[in-house]
Design a protein around this ligand. Structure first.
Ligand code: NAD
Ligand code: GLY
Length: 368
């Protein structure tokens, strides 16, 4: 079975992403160092602990100096100060040293938490991302954003800190719930919409195969997504400009997620799917895309079973606007948004009139 390799070129912080089937059973081949002279600290959650235990066995069999597993409860609540402290205490108690490796085995929650623990323990130790959710394989494990949530909002404490390797075994997706798979798929579509019409068209043709986990289709979709993300991260690692394109649909999406209360009723990728449609409606109002573009994207999300409207979410225009304004401070009633200009093209606009944003919210909340 074909394996893909995507290299992220960031000077001395460069690394490889390996994508394919049956990688975990030979994970030693994809690590950029000898196992025998390393201590391994595996961080995981209760839903994917089994994968971690098999990786632990393999590392031990290959002579790892030390290899233990720390398992957190699954879910967004794990990305907290409490968990970070637990991880630090565990690392320090077991004499983590600069030659140690933290391995994050799980979805984006574990990747973000373990990555931040790696960035901060001893001012930085190696870490490897072993993403097991589709969202983590196409987005969160790549690019070095790590962090935890706070009372004041998601991802507000963290660091840019790159892993030394990313190993995405597509076989793990077999146990991922269908709803989580679809949420990850929304982030894949995002890459096509940002700057790759051909990829979007490929997804229109092949969505079913990707979501049925056809090995060739899913590996290719992950590879294309990682390649797209790698190019953007290489150009703008710390989000001074272009990297913000990766937030297409995320301003509306994050507001919807916050309004839903992070209780599992609206997954991140589901919020992103609705948020992307809202961004297209905003673009239409601003004259940057056609009704045909909006309809085409909406039809694609609908065809795979992603949400395209806010459904039974109980919220108001004022509530959503307050959340959006908190991270997009309106200057002279102008806001910053990623605007899709058709399909496969997008740009960052710093002067979106606030009243246009309100109009989009009215469409989705009041049906106007
Ligand atoms: P997650 O880690 O909560 O995983 C989703 C659910 O799937 C969890 O219940 C998890 O236990 C389960 N799961 C994961 N892999 C599984 C498998 N193979 N089999 C069975 N169950 C499995 O969430 P996520 O959707 O992976 O990631 C969302 C998180 O990622 C959010 O916290 C978000 O802020 C963050 N994120 C970070 C970045 C970044 O660049 N760092 C980018 C996007 C999202
Ligand atoms: N997920 C957005 C980013 O990595 O920048």
């Amino acid at each position: 079975m074909k394996q893909y390799n995507v290299h992220i070129d960031l000077g001395d912080r460069s690394y490889d992403i390996t994508i394919g089937s049956s990688l975990l059973s030979s994970i030693d081949k994809y690590l950029p160092f000898d196992i025998a002279d390393k201590k391994f600290f595996l961080i995981t959650d209760t839903n994917v602990e089994l994968y971690s235990l098999s990786v632990q066995k393999l590392l031990q069999a290959n002579g790892a100096e030390f290899c233990d597993v720390l398992t957190f409860p699954f879910g967004e609540a794990t990305k907290s100060y409490d968990s970070l402290k637990k991880a630090h205490d565990w690392l320090l108690k077991n004499n983590v040293h600069r030659n140690s490796v933290i391995m994050a085995i799980g979805g984006g929650v574990i990747g973000d938490l373990a990555g931040f623990a790696a960035a901060t323990a001893l001012r930085g130790v190696y870490y490897v991302q072993v993403p097991t959710s589709l969202l983590a394989q196409v987005d969160s494990s790549v690019g070095g954003k790590t962090g935890i949530n706070t009372y004041y909002g998601k991802n507000l404490v963290g660091a840019f800190y790159q892993p030394v390797a990313v190993i995405a075994d597509t076989d793990t997706l077999q146990t991922l719930p269908k709803r989580e798979l679809l949420a990850g798929y929304a982030e894949i579509v995002k890459y096509g919409l940002i700057d790759d019409l051909d990829f979007f068209e490929w997804l229109e043709e092949n969505a079913k195969s990707v979501l049925e986990l056809n090995k060739a289709a899913v590996s290719y979709a992950i590879e294309a997504s990682c390649r797209a993300k790698a190019a953007i991260v290489e150009a703008d690692e710390r989000e001074g400009g272009k990297r913000a394109l990766l937030n297409l649909g995320h301003t509306f999406g994050h507001a919807l997620e916050a309004a839903a209360g992070y209780d599992g009723s609206l997954l991140h990728g589901e919020g992103v799917a609705i948020g992307i449609i809202m961004a297209y409606e905003l673009s239409l109002l601003l004259g940057h895309c056609t009704q045909g573009d909006v309809d085409r994207v909406r039809a694609h999300f609908k065809s795979v079973g992603l949400p395209v409207d806010i459904g039974s979410l109980s919220t108001s225009i004022d509530d959503l606007l307050a959340i959006i304004s908190r991270d997009k401070k309106a200057v002279d009633n102008k806001m910053v948004f990623v605007i899709p200009s058709g399909i496969g093209k997008s740009f960052i606009s710093k002067d979106v009139p606030k009243d246009m944003v309100v109009k989009v919210l009215e469409q989705f909340i009041l049906g106007e």
